[in-house]
Design a protein. Structure first.
Length: 272
């Protein structure tokens, strides 16, 4: 038994001796860990103070707002009571007939041709050749539903159609569910002459690829070196627009007659 106790006590004595040796090392390591923690806390505090100072001197930018409407543009939401009285008291200066469609989500909140931001929930319409901001009454020839509205944009760029209604106008005239419908357009008031003057261009497209649009642009510049030719992308594809020197209607109509794109179609467009 004593022999066994001696065997047990020797390792215990060695363990106590080793613990005395390593104790200062462990204590030193613990102090280092506490020092590192304190240093990290001080650095974090300094960093937060620096960021706070930076944010004070460089505030976040203001959110981007929609462009302001042009002074000459009619209200985007609806026609006025004065417009309604004028329409009730005056006969149309011209009447047009054709197929109307409507346009909405792809173009919503983009700038329209008259400078306004297009709102699909406002009662407006697009026409290729009537002066911008022309007051018209659109009547669905199948249902008799009608709406008084302004021409604020250009289109439709689809063969066989003469008018593109906003979504709200399409609902008001019964064109929304049908998609396309025959309409009568009574022109009531225009800011400029319907038959004289104006600034004109030819718009061609849409092209499925940029390459085809650029090739047409190069060909047009070769044939009409004095014209301004641009290419641009839209929600339905790539387009080319050519504005003849002087922007006269006769020059634009001549270009239209001699332009036969392999893809898409060419349209006479009034710019103002």
């Amino acid at each position: 038994m004593e022999h066994l106790n001696a065997a047990i006590s020797k390792p215990a004595d060695r363990l106590r001796r080793h613990s005395k040796v390593f104790a200062p090392v462990l204590a030193h390591g613990s102090r280092q860990a506490r020092s590192r923690s304190l240093l990290a806390a001080l650095l974090a505090t300094a960093l937060l103070t620096l960021l706070s100072a930076c944010s004070h001197h460089h505030p976040a930018p203001h959110p981007i707002t929609a462009p302001a409407l042009t002074e000459s543009a009619p209200p985007a939401d609806s026609v006025s009571e004065a417009d309604r009285r004028f329409a009730a008291d005056h006969a149309p200066i011209e009447t047009l007939h054709g197929m109307a469609s409507w346009y909405g989500p792809q173009y919503n909140h983009h700038r329209a041709a008259n400078g306004q931001v297009y709102d699909q929930n406002a009662v407006t319409a697009a026409h290729r050749t009537l002066p911008l901001n022309t007051l018209v009454r659109v009547t669905n020839e199948k249902t008799g539903q009608s709406a008084l509205l302004y021409i604020t944009d250009r289109g439709p760029f689809v063969p066989g159609r003469i008018l593109d209604l906003s979504r709200a106008a399409a609902r008001k005239t019964g064109v929304y569910l049908a998609g396309v419908a025959p309409v009568r357009i009574d022109v009531l008031r225009a800011p400029e002459s319907l038959t004289e003057g104006g600034r004109w261009a030819v718009q061609i497209g849409a092209f499925a690829s940029t390459g085809k649009a650029l090739r047409l642009k190069r060909n047009l510049l070769q044939h009409y070196p004095d014209a301004q030719v641009i290419d641009f992308a839209g929600p339905t594809g790539h387009w080319v627009r050519i504005r003849p020197a002087g922007e006269g209607r006769q020059a634009a109509e001549s270009i239209l007659r001699h332009t036969h794109p392999a893809e898409g179609a060419a349209y006479l467009v009034r710019l103002n």
